[in-house]
Design a protein around this ligand. Structure first.
Ligand SMILES: Nc1ncnc2c1ncn2[C@@H]1O[C@H](COP(=O)(O)OP(=O)(O)OP(=O)(O)O)[C@@H](O)[C@H]1O
Length: 607
């Protein structure tokens, strides 16, 4: 039997609780209930889960006096050295008394379980905010920029016992900034990567005495890995910690918010100077995100010298109402969908020379794990940006599919994207545009496919061990929707389940009778995806299917049922996915290295 490696076909972006095995999902739910009970016993009410990160979960609650609190719980399953970091996080955050940093209330350790209690920042984190509203208006961006600069200035100026000890936050990114849009105030949260800086802005060692400077630690970095989607090169490659790290996090954050992306990787294609920003801001961001070290330093120096002037820039916010580059369907009703993205055929996006994992100090870091699992190692910056843009689509309540074919003359895109929250349309459309613009900058021939489905509809079949068969429950069914209007004739070519042949990365070989049913299904006019994911003790069948030819419903239903009956014959591990998209509306795009320059107009009142 083949070993399950990270190289297999459809790679899930994130594990939704709906994709866990029954046992694991139950364990998690029980654990949430236990945390809530613990907090209620301590006198807090209105307790709710507000966030999950790599290291644990965050709950919010109200004290008896009505004060809003946040409680971060570490995952008990994490190794001890990672648990210890949580204590350091509480220590570092506790040192900082600043209006834009949540005050620590208490840190408690009960056996292996640590809890950090702090004030709750009003508003919502900027990743959520950006998903709701898309690329942010310039006035909002400027307010965020200036407030963040203020916080970072105070970190640089931190003194302990009368001695200068600059602090590095180490993980500045949209989801670590909580923003209250009604008062224009922000809070910088998540101090889990913060350390005392080893170097100052000029790259000089910060030593309090000669002994410090002679210590053997002087060449060893104390830096923590922040989020690889946002940190700069120096932090990623394990250089000594310095306030320059946070300049990078800040630039990535503003860039991501200005463009409506969830990473910094796309900055050489969707350049800051193409976003319609005031020229001074765009050029400053471009310098900070440059590949050249000296240019980055100049950009940082300029920003911290001049950011107070940015406060005085007066702009008229304009909404980009251009039509989305792909057709998107917006449901009139809002549905609570837990979207999960599975993507395939990523291998051609990897260039073998890229990223060298062996050179990093961060192998055991949970953040690094995420990066590795998301398959980004060995990819160029634009390819990473593209993958990150596809992942972002999965953060909206959306189902559908995407097939991109890069050819010599350009790029062909088939898609079916249905969004189940009309208020997010602007943001979603801009995210689709970003994904297309990034894809257009990718060189080479190849195919990429991606399915977005509702994890709440995933079917689960469990078995005791790897040699047992998967036996589905009696009434198990692959659900499907029926289109509003029947389309009898399949005049258009369809993106068939089998069109691209076998996927080189695919590992799971489905039994022939099951494949035969899929072939028959393929002849009935419909759209959607079916993915089989076989794990040692757990089989998941993800699907999103819409029948278009109503006259064939009986046959269609029967084939879907047959597929379930063949589940016990599935052998081996891995993933195997099938997708069918309407071919009718294929969009063609010319390849393009970068978007053209576009600054904020000198006179915004002239169209
Ligand atoms: N003091 C706070 N006030 C308001 N919301 C908070 C606060 N602390 C945490 N949150 C919310 O909880 C989420 C997770 O918290 P945090 O980022 O500190 O956890 P983490 O496990 O370190 O996450 P990550 O792995 O994303 O860095 C945040 O994105 C934010 O939405």
């Amino acid at each position: 039997m083949k070993e399950l490696t990270l190289k297999h076909f459809y790679i899930p972006d994130d594990q939704s609780v709906y994709l866990l095995s029954h046992k694991d999902a139950k364990k998690l739910k029980n654990w949430f209930a236990l945390c809530e009970k613990q907090l209620e016993r301590l006198g807090y009410f209105n307790v709710e889960l507000i966030g999950k990160g790599a290291f644990g979960f965050a709950f919010a609650g109200k004290s008896a006096l009505g004060e809003e609190r946040v409680f971060k719980f570490s995952k008990v399953t994490l190794p001890q050295h990672v648990q210890d970091r949580f204590e350091e996080e509480a220590y570092m955050q506790g040192l900082l008394l600043h209006p834009n940093i949540p005050k620590v209330i208490a840190f408690q350790k009960i056996k292996r379980q640590s809890i950090l209690a702090m004030k709750r920042a009003p508003g919502e984190d900027l990743e959520q905010f950006s998903l709701k509203y898309g690329p942010l208006p310039i006035t909002t961006l400027l307010s965020i920029l200036v407030s963040l600069c203020d916080v970072l200035m105070s970190l640089r100026g931190f003194f302990e016992n009368g001695v200068s000890r600059p602090i590095v936050h180490g993980d500045v990114k949209p989801s670590n900034v909580v923003w209250d849009d009604s008062t224009d105030t922000l809070m910088l949260i998540d101090w889990g990567s913060s350390v005392f800086a080893q170097l100052d802005n000029q790259g000089q060692h910060i030593g309090n005495n000669v002994m410090d400077l002679m210590s053997s630690d002087i060449q060893q970095t104390n830096a923590r890995l922040g989020d690889v989607y946002f940190i700069g090169d120096d932090q990623l490659s394990g250089k000594m910690s310095s306030p320059r790290f946070d300049e990078q996090g800040l630039a990535s954050t503003i860039y991501a918010l200005a463009s409506g992306q969830s990473s910094r990787f796309g900055c050489h294609v969707i350049k800051p100077s193409s976003l319609g920003l005031p020229q001074a801001l765009a050029q400053c961001l471009e310098a900070l995100l440059s590949d050249d070290h000296a240019t980055r330093l100049r950009g940082g120096d300029y920003l911290f010298k001049n950011y107070h002037h940015f406060k005085r820039i007066v702009v008229k916010d304009v909404v980009d109402d251009s039509i989305c580059s792909l057709p998107t369907w917006i449901s009139k009703i809002t549905k609570d969908i837990e979207t999960v993205v599975y993507s395939s055929r990523k291998s051609f996006l990897r260039d073998q020379e890229g990223f060298d994992k062996a050179n990093l100090n961060y192998i055991n870091d949970a953040q690094f794990d995420r990066y590795y699992k998301n398959f980004l190692q060995g990819m160029g910056e634009t390819e990473k940006a593209f993958i990150s843009a596809v992942s972002r689509l999965g953060k909206y309540p959306v189902v559908g599919g995407l097939a991109i074919r890069w050819q010599k003359d350009g790029m062909y895109v088939d898609s079916s994207l249905k969004l189940y929250n009309p208020s997010m349309q602007y943001s979603f459309d801009r995210s689709v545009d970003n994904m297309i613009n990034l894809a257009r900058a990718i060189d080479g021939k190849g195919v990429f496919k991606s399915c977005m489905f509702n994890a709440k509809n995933t079917l689960h079949v469990e078995r005791r061990n790897e040699s047992a068969n998967f036996i589905p429950k009696q009434n198990m069914l692959i659900g499907y929707e029926v289109s509003k209007v029947s389309v009898a004739e399949d005049q258009s070519r369809m993106h068939s389940y089998f069109e691209d042949g076998e996927d080189p990365d695919e590992l799971l070989k489905l039994p022939e009778p099951l494949l035969e049913r899929l072939r028959l299904l393929n002849n009935i006019h419909h759209t959607g995806c079916i993915i089989f994911e076989a794990l040692p003790k757990h089989l998941k069948v993800h699907s999103y299917v819409t029948l278009l030819d109503h006259s064939k419903e009986e046959a269609f239903k029967k084939l879907l049922n047959d597929i379930i009956t063949f589940i016990p014959t599935i052998e081996g591990l891995g993933i195997s996915g099938f997708m069918k998209l309407p071919y009718k509306d294929t969009r063609f795009f010319k390849l393009q290295r970068a978007l053209p320059t576009r600054f904020y107009p000198r006179n915004p009142y002239v169209p």
